[in-house]
Design a protein around this ligand. Structure first.
Ligand code: SF4
Length: 368
């Protein structure tokens, strides 16, 4: 059974009801528990947990330091292309948006790598729109061959691929793949993904299964906060993670919690998350999953990010450009979404140190 079948059997409405009927007593029970199960996790995610935020934050901080030490890893996204054959109404790269499209050439990739490397990074997240004919396997292999010369740990955030394709890329030196579900609510998913292969929810839901089967080192999950009820989407993300960890136990996992951001032709969040609620979500994830990595992007404001550095997050990006070619040749167009923390890398590293943590640029050396 893939996660798709499990997801079909899980009811969004029942999960929502369970979440919103949690009481203070349920939260206190979860906070006393040595091992937090899914039901306890729902209590920690629920509105009833809001008065317990400080206790959750102290526990989350302690668990994170215990597992990851006083460190915070840094990574940077490299946008290779903004071509996309999908229509997602919340994204600046949507195929109907009239923006200048670009695919980085081999020379341009090299220039971007050199610009990024000079900032000190050794872990990179390669991002593209989803256009399998123009930015498919041949392009990925060419890009990986160049990028592996500069970086020790390489991750992808591209269109979902087949298991044999993931296995080939694993062989070619790819270490991790982020494949965010956006939302686990079927009708909402259909409403926001109007055209293209991304409209096939099953293909996306089963991508982490294919990654696990291909033996990928790291698999990243997450939902886009603002499309649907973020508490229920986070409960489904946790179910998905539970399912994967049981089956593909050799892989590591990471969670992200991107908030919907302004972009060309974008939509407004139906259920925004407040800063306090975002802290609650991160702490709930940490209390439920002690060893899972959690990453934070520059979508968040600088002050918010500085506060979150010690609460459960284990990896952060900095000085990100969402424009293909944006590190070596900054331009004003082509953004996927607006970023909020625009500080230069040394400023972010200094903020990490002020928080009592050591910025880590390299935590991986493969024999590859
Ligand atoms: S979210 Fe991804 S798939 Fe959808 S339009 Fe943007 S780049 Fe394309």
């Amino acid at each position: 059974m893939s996660f798709y079948e499990q997801w079909q059997q899980a009811s969004w409405e029942d999960t929502q009801l369970a979440l919103y009927s949690k009481t203070a007593a349920d939260v206190e029970k979860a906070l006393r528990a040595e091992v937090i199960d899914h039901n306890d996790f729902l209590a920690l995610l629920s509105p009833a947990a809001a008065p317990y935020l400080e206790t959750m934050a102290v526990k989350s901080h302690h668990l994170t330091r215990q597992r990851f030490g006083n460190t915070l890893s840094l990574f940077i996204p490299l946008y290779l292309s903004n071509l996309c054959a999908n229509e997602c109404d919340y994204c600046g790269f949507s195929m109907s948006n009239r923006v200048r499209r670009k695919i980085l050439s081999e020379d341009e990739i090299r220039r971007e790598c050199e610009a990024i490397k000079s900032k000190g990074y050794d872990t990179i997240l390669l991002v593209t729109g989803e256009h399998e004919t123009k930015v498919g396997m041949e392009y990925f292999k060419m890009a990986l061959a160049v990028i592996r010369q500069y970086f020790s740990y390489v991750m992808f955030e591209v269109q979902p691929l087949s298991a044999p394709e993931y296995a080939q890329l694993n062989e070619a030196g790819l270490n991790g793949v982020m494949v965010y579900q956006e939302t686990y609510h079927a009708r909402t998913y259909a409403r926001h993904h109007l055209r293209g292969k991304k409209a096939d929810i099953r293909w996306r839901l089963e991508a982490p299964d294919r990654l696990g089967a291909a033996g990928m080192d790291k698999i990243g999950l997450g939902s886009l906060i603002g499309l649907a009820d973020w508490r229920v989407d986070s409960a489904f993300t946790a179910l998905h993670l539970d399912y994967l960890r049981t089956r593909y136990w050799r892989s590591r996992y990471s969670l992200s919690f991107p908030r919907l951001r302004p972009c060309t032709g974008g939509v407004d969040p139906v259920m925004p998350i407040s800063d306090k609620e975002l802290v609650q979500l991160i702490c709930a994830y940490r209390l439920r999953f002690h060893e899972v990595e959690m990453s934070l992007s520059t979508r968040e404001q600088a002050t918010m990010r500085d506060g979150l550095f010690s609460l459960g997050v284990t990896a952060v990006s900095a000085e990100s450009s969402t424009q293909p070619g944006g590190y070596s040749q900054p331009a004003d167009a082509l953004e996927q979404f607006a970023i909020d923390d625009t500080r230069a890398t040394p400023e972010v590293a200094a903020a990490i140190r002020r928080g009592g943590l050591q910025p880590v640029w390299r935590d991986w050396l493969s024999g590859w």
